[in-house]
Design a protein around this ligand. Structure first.
Ligand SMILES: *Cc1c(COP(=O)(O)O)cnc(C)c1O
Length: 385
């Protein structure tokens, strides 16, 4: 019976400052949002290019909803796969320079689906310690042996690969690390994969749209083709401003996932209008290169100003700019104090990040202004002093 005393467990979370609660937005995702009637400048969103509430993206959504209705009505393999899904997949394959792409309802499902379809008992998965929860969960679901290496430590990864006697080996890494903002060295990972006859899967949820000349992410920025990174995953709900995710790779990989990825097969296809909206945002992502340029300029500005105020930054050149607080209560207090000053910055605690590395996760978007950043940094310096 005791195991079911949920109230005790909830009370324990509160006592440890680990209790989580949701804030309710009273309008669209944007740099200026409203919560409980209060206007806030938002530094917590993953809408890096500012496309979630873009008029052209909304128009594409509405037009498609008129034509296709709302619900897809079925799974992809029954009768839920529409011409909008199909067209988006072709455009994503073209965008990432891969043979094909497969759209999933969420990134979490894409990761569970791909990993559990590709490896199983007798195989081994090698993951960076800071990989996203969905990759770790995908590994567990697969029943392959789980190996973790210290963050970006390719020497340790090499040792683990050498020791492994698994039939199939799969190396998995975030491209841009979601809570730290730093990046994996894809060339090193691809070289190790080749030397050890392993496959390489990169989750570029936070790189897509943001990195590379045309926004195709870390693989474009570091110049790795389909052969070097055979399994590329990215999400549609962050820089692309809509919802869903995709896996891109070879013809065989995609056909295999259609046959075997259970979180693809046994779920209702996402609404066609969301696919149409994503097609529009994918176009804007490629055409409006000023969004990436502006974002890079704001990242430089943020880092320069933060440095002048004596704030300690991590080694990140992406829109994810965490400030380590290393304490649950202090991180929560700093976040609350910023809220009072009109800034939304979320405190990230364990188990999302390791204990002792609790932080404020600040994210920048192309729609912020330098003035908003200066205002945030002033309040932040006060809150931490
Ligand atoms: C957000 C995220 C996911 C999950 O994507 P959803 O579409 O939100 O389910 C997967 N991997 C990484 C690295 C992420 O940041």
């Amino acid at each position: 019976m005791k195991a079911w005393f949920l109230a005790d467990q909830l009370a324990a979370l509160k006592a440890e400052h680990l209790y989580r609660s949701r804030k309710t937005l009273e309008g669209p995702q944007a740099t200026c949002i409203q919560i409980d009637g209060e206007k806030l400048v938002n530094f917590s969103s993953n809408d890096y290019l500012g496309l979630a509430n873009n008029p052209k993206v909304k128009k594409a959504y509405l037009t498609a909803a008129e034509k296709f209705g709302v619900g897809s009505g079925s799974a992809h393999l029954i009768c839920g796969h529409s011409s909008e899904h199909h067209a988006l997949e072709e455009e994503l394959a073209d965008f990432t320079g891969r043979e094909r792409a497969l759209v999933f309802s969420t990134g979490y499902m894409a990761n569970l689906g791909a990993i559990s379809a590709l490896v199983g008992k007798g195989d081994a998965v090698f993951q960076d310690k800071l990989n996203h929860a969905s990759l770790l969960d995908g590994g567990k679901l697969s029943e392959a042996k789980q190996r973790r290496y210290l963050h970006n430590n390719t020497e340790r990864l090499q040792q683990l690969l050498k020791q492994s006697e698994a039939k199939k080996k799969l190396i998995i890494s975030d491209g841009v690390f979601s809570m730290d903002g730093d990046t994996a060295n894809l060339t090193e990972l691809a070289t190790l994969a080749e030397q050890h006859d392993a496959a390489l899967m990169i989750d570029d949820a936070h790189g897509i749209g943001v990195l590379g000349k045309k926004g195709a992410g870390l693989v474009e920025q570091q110049g790795l083709n389909q052969q070097q990174v055979p399994i590329l995953m990215a999400t549609l709900g962050k820089a692309l401003g809509t919802a869903g995710a995709f896996i891109a790779g070879s013809e065989e990989l995609i056909e295999f996932l259609i046959q075997r990825a259970r979180p693809y097969i046994y779920t209702t296809a996402p609404p066609p209008a969301v696919m149409a909206a994503t097609r529009a945002s994918l176009q804007l992502c490629q055409q409006e290169t000023w969004r990436r340029d502006k974002l890079q300029q704001l990242i430089r500005h943020f880092r320069m100003q933060a440095d002048q105020l004596g704030l300690t930054l991590l080694d990140s050149n992406t829109p994810i700019q965490p400030i380590i607080i290393a304490d649950n209560e202090k991180a929560m207090k700093a976040s609350e104090s910023l809220f009072g000053e009109g800034f939304l910055v979320t405190a990230i605690r364990s188990p999302t990040v390791p204990k002792g590395s609790e932080r404020l996760r600040i994210t920048l978007t192309a729609e912020h202004s330098e003035e908003q950043i200066d205002g945030l940094l002033e309040s932040l310096a006060d809150a931490l002093s």
